[in-house]
Design a protein around this ligand. Sequence first.
Ligand code: NIG
Ligand code: FE
Length: 411
Amino acid sequence: MMEADILIENCSEIHTLKGPDRPRRGDEMQDTSKIKNGALAVKGESILAVGSDKEIKRDVEAEKIIDASGKTVIPGFVDPHTHLIYSGSREDELAMKIQGKTYMEILEEGGGILRTVRATRKASKQRLLEESKARMDRMLAHGTTTAEAKSGYGLDKKNEIKCLEVIDELDKSHDLDLIPTYLGAHSLPPEFERSEDYIDYCIEDVLPEIADKDLAEYCDVFCEKGVFDVEESRRLLKKAKQFGLKARVHADEIENIGCSKMAAELDAISAEHLVKTDEEDIIMMAESGTIGILLPGTPFMLMEEKYAPARQMIENGMAIALATDLNPNCWTESMQMVITLACLQMKMTPSEALTAATFNSARALDRPDIGSLEKGKKADFLVLDIPNIDHLPYRFGVNLVEKVYKRGEKV
Ligand code: NIG
Ligand code: FE
């Protein structure tokens, strides 16, 4: 008999996502390694055993037994693209967008990112902590157990470091784990006239200090027409690599200027957004191993018709993950909502979307110990109040998460 702390029994379905330890592609995305009538045992912070209810009950004795009849168990969601740290909101810009203004027009008029930069620079560390923590509480309640968090609303050294320090404090004090990304190249700050000069500043002044203080694992750049071009982006990401920061890229969001190709050439861990990505880019990313992170909440909030070509990516064997893009332009903490949009707008199946929101998103953050429910992996999992996974995109706009377990503890 094995001794467990917790046994979750009589589960209608467990989607373990068990399988080879590399991003899932093509048909593999459809296979979530489902167990019908399953049970899951937890010991300490890890998974002790998972299998059929009969098997597990025969082999495991537990201190605490939880009945999950009619419920579905899945790994905790991993959200690999968020702009978690910001102050304020921009709800009035949604009203403008409804009346026909575009995102880029609002940005050019000093709204958008730069407006949030002003608010974030003004905010004290304490205030940023409080505003961001409220979002983390909602993320966790909606089933996200690990998330990436980008800086990028400070832009200058002092404020970017302030934001990254906030990420570090929140990671240490909150149940939700955060993985920090330096996104200094999110927008040209008002104190610079030329983007190449600002990139020099990021490379010479900011990156060394971030690396020295070990404040970021990744470096990201908003590679976009009118923001930072391919050459500037490549220059920054190459330097970041020398400082030990791995590359990820905002690519092909509004226009395709060759950013996802550059991401593939650089062997970036991920290229993110990819709304305007074409087949040639897809083939390059599939070959390089760069994971595509799709953010269907963004075109949804921009009221655009076009979404990332997820089907074409899956058919070409490119690994894809899903994320919220949580930011003042696309304010959602819910990976469940993202799954609904992925299925309805990008025609992903519920199983593919689940793979993309758990296993593949963990790989897009280089975290092999999460994203699947297997012996020895971290016990980060959700009990959903639904009898099967097809309910996940189907019952939209409400929270289907009944229980969240982080490192073996109910939170
Ligand atoms: O990923 N595209 C750049 N950055 C964010 C939006 C940031 C903002 O509007 O504040 C994004 O969509
Ligand atoms: Fe983003």
